[in-house]
Design a protein around this ligand. Structure first.
Ligand SMILES: [Zn+2]
Length: 676
């Protein structure tokens, strides 16, 4: 088994000159897998090359590193998830264990894997020998719980005769339904690739490849192999990551096989995206997290095989998901039953499910579509989800989590310290530290600037030229972004600067939501003080010129408070308006509005708003203030409208001050008011 060097991300080494030649020679001859024949046309600039030092993300990432990661490991331990591995290891050592109780869920093993993945990313930002040693001890535990042939699934190992009832009587056979054996494997692979890239150590990678090798023997088209599809997707993405670090073609082939076998014989259903083969699917259906992971895996396999059938399918599904099934917060999966996509335009607010994991999956998927197509509309969806329906999944202090993320509350919602099914905390924990990797893309001699936050990036072009980017901005609170470009030496390349749809007149791609009024102030762009035409190509202003050290791009994205209305087809939002400023969706919450009620508010279309930054509120947020009416019913059935002050806060920051009412969509007509 050959492993790729961790500093060598994908097909492009971040090094130049004579040293590059030496390093490449070393990698090629000793340890580098050959570059794939096909790959994403745009490559992400790895999170290790991007450092945020802003006032919005950097503190959230630091809270994740110093609070959420240790906290989540603690919860995994306290809830018995580490003990499951201990008990499986004891059984494998031949010890007689007294407690053979199966884990609460057969996928409980994935929670430590996911937190370990997040901890690995965090280690690259801030070395932490104590954390590093703890990860090694956990990895030793995982290895000890792995059966001799590579199988790793604690519930069966603890008691093969009486595993969790979802596990089935034999290995794998129940996976298309409930066992989650391949789901566990997928998260193990994701964690292993991250840990290897972060630390260069092969201890977890060895555990992962042992199981991946077992999967390669077990599943496939051969007569002695199982022809089953994974019941909960993610192993496809995980195998691709193992392929990227090891160069082992079998892992990519198996990822492709798992997609192709899905829905190929009777017994599938829409819930599992397995009623028909994925390449023939046209609608976002079923369990939203499963779906998002499948579409992400299809994008990976499409990029690496060049097979356009997958691209056509996910493009079509994306149009359905984005044009007809997307919440304004970027959340997907509206139905609690089955944690699933609803019908087209079925987007209720109070009962909106919007699992945090589905927001993470939506961002994985949209990032991959951007890498395939180089089009900023996918980044528009990614950004909307990131700042709203994903970030709402974790409290400001980093220790409480939402599983569903509704757009309205009657006071019954509150973040939890943990869950029996704890998928969401782990997903937040692993996503946030990888966020810097979503800021830039690179293709040939073109650099894409996708997201905005203060910080630096060290980017290498295909020919090895190195360029440093520095962003100075108060984004997302202010749309003025100053980007300083410092190439090693003066040379020509293209900087693609993204102009978000919200800064123009497109609330989202498609016509599901639109701004009530057109933007008045134009987007402006200057290079070294000279105004440039804001002419968009796939959502970017392309600046193709000769750059020298210290050249400055000044992008100004005006951020007035915008009223958003939904398509008439969305029943839940009829007669209602939402507020957005920059990429941030706002909500009215009980502590900020007189009487603590917000569902009975009426917001007339002609009321002006003011926005201001409140440094002492919710760790510092921009708020929106204006006037509204509170509506109540009199004893005789008539309605009374009382004028009062109105205040809205960013949606992601709600539910940090106790339970109470919240609403994203506020009534503009009496018929839409929810009377107390
Ligand atoms: Zn979840």
């Amino acid at each position: 088994m050959f492993f790729n060097h961790p500093a060598h991300h994908g097909r492009r080494a971040q090094c130049t000159g004579a040293m590059a030649g030496l390093v490449m020679l070393f990698l090629t001859s000793a340890s580098s897998p050959a570059a794939p024949a096909h790959d994403y046309p745009v490559q992400p600039v790895p999170f290790t090359a991007v450092h945020l030092d802003d006032n919005f993300w950097a503190p959230r990432l630091e809270t994740n590193r110093v609070t959420t990661i240790p906290y989540a490991f603690g919860q995994c331990k306290a809830s018995g998830r580490m003990d499951n591995f201990e008990r499986a290891a004891a059984v494998l050592r031949g010890e007689n264990i007294t407690n053979r109780q199966p884990p609460g869920f057969p996928f409980d093993d994935t929670d430590p894997y996911k937190v370990l993945e997040g901890a690995s990313y965090a280690l690259t930002v801030q070395p932490d020998p104590q954390m590093s040693a703890y990860l090694d001890s956990l990895i030793a535990l995982f290895a000890a719980a792995q059966e001799p042939d590579g199988y790793l699934y604690t519930t069966r190992t603890i008691d093969p005769q009486h595993p969790h009832k979802w596990a089935g009587t034999n290995r794998w056979v129940n996976d298309p339904e409930l066992s989650h054996e391949l789901y566990n494997a997928g998260h193990l692979f994701e964690a292993a690739a991250a840990h290897y890239r972060a630390t260069g150590k092969t201890n977890l990678l060895t555990v992962a490849t042992r199981e991946a090798d077992l999967l390669c023997q077990t599943f496939g088209p051969g007569t002695n192999q199982l022809h089953l599809w994974p019941g909960h997707e993610i192993v496809e993405m995980g195998l691709v990551k193992l392929y990227r670090v090891t160069g082992d073609q079998r892992y990519l082939d198996l990822a492709k096989y798992f997609i192709d076998v899905r829905g190929s014989h009777p017994g599938g259903d829409d819930y599992h995206q397995s009623r028909i083969p994925p390449v023939d699917q046209t609608e976002a259906l079923g369990h939203a997290v499963r779906a998002g992971y499948l579409y992400s895996g299809m994008a990976d396999v499409a990029a690496l095989t060049g097979d356009q059938r997958y691209v056509h399918a996910i493009d079509t599904i994306w149009e359905n998901a984005t044009y007809k099934k997307l919440y304004l917060t970027g959340g997907i999966g509206s139905r609690p039953k089955g944690e699933a996509f609803g019908a087209n335009y079925e987007l209720p607010n109070l009962t909106a499910y919007n699992e945090t994991c589905a927001a993470v999956a939506n961002d994985y998927w949209n990032e991959r579509l951007f890498l395939l197509h180089g089009d900023a509309r996918y980044v528009d969806v990614l950004e909307r989800t990131l700042y709203n329906g994903l970030l709402s999944g974790v409290s400001l202090d980093g220790t409480k989590f939402f599983y569903p993320n509704p757009l309205e509350s009657d006071g019954s919602h509150e973040r939890s310290p943990w869950f029996g099914c704890a998928c969401c905390p782990g997903n937040i924990t692993r996503f946030l530290p990888s966020l810097p990797g979503y800021f830039y893309g690179q293709q040939g001699d073109k650099i894409f600037v996708n997201l905005y936050a203060g910080g630096t990036a060290d980017i290498a072009l295909d020919d090895g030229r190195k360029i440093k980017f520095t962003q100075q901005t108060r984004y997302p609170w202010d749309g003025a972004v100053k980007i300083t470009v410092v190439p090693e030496k003066k040379s020509r390349f293209t900087v693609n600067v993204r102009v978000p749809g919200w800064a123009l007149n497109e609330a989202v791609p498609g016509d599901l939501y639109k701004f009530l009024e057109d933007a008045r102030e134009p987007v402006t762009l200057k290079v070294n003080g000279r105004s440039m035409p804001v002419k968009l190509n796939q959502g970017y202003v392309s600046l193709d010129r000769s750059w020298k050290a210290g050249d400055v791009i000044e992008l100004n994205l005006p951020m007035p408070v915008r009223r958003v209305v939904a398509s008439d087809k969305v029943f839940a939002d009829r007669g209602r308006v939402a507020l957005q400023r920059g990429p941030i969706v706002f909500c009215a919450e009980w502590p900020d509005n007189p009487g603590g009620k917000v569902r009975n508010l009426l917001l007339p279309d002609d009321q002006p708003f003011t926005a201001r930054f409140e440094p002492a509120l919710l760790n510092g947020v921009e708020t929106i203030e204006g006037k509204a009416f509170s509506v109540s019913r009199n004893a005789d059935g008539s309605l009374t409208k009382t004028g009062q002050d109105f205040k809205a806060i960013p949606y992601f920051a709600w539910a940090n001050r106790g339970r109470g009412e919240m609403a994203v969509w506020i009534a503009t007509s009496e018929g839409a008011v929810r009377l107390p």
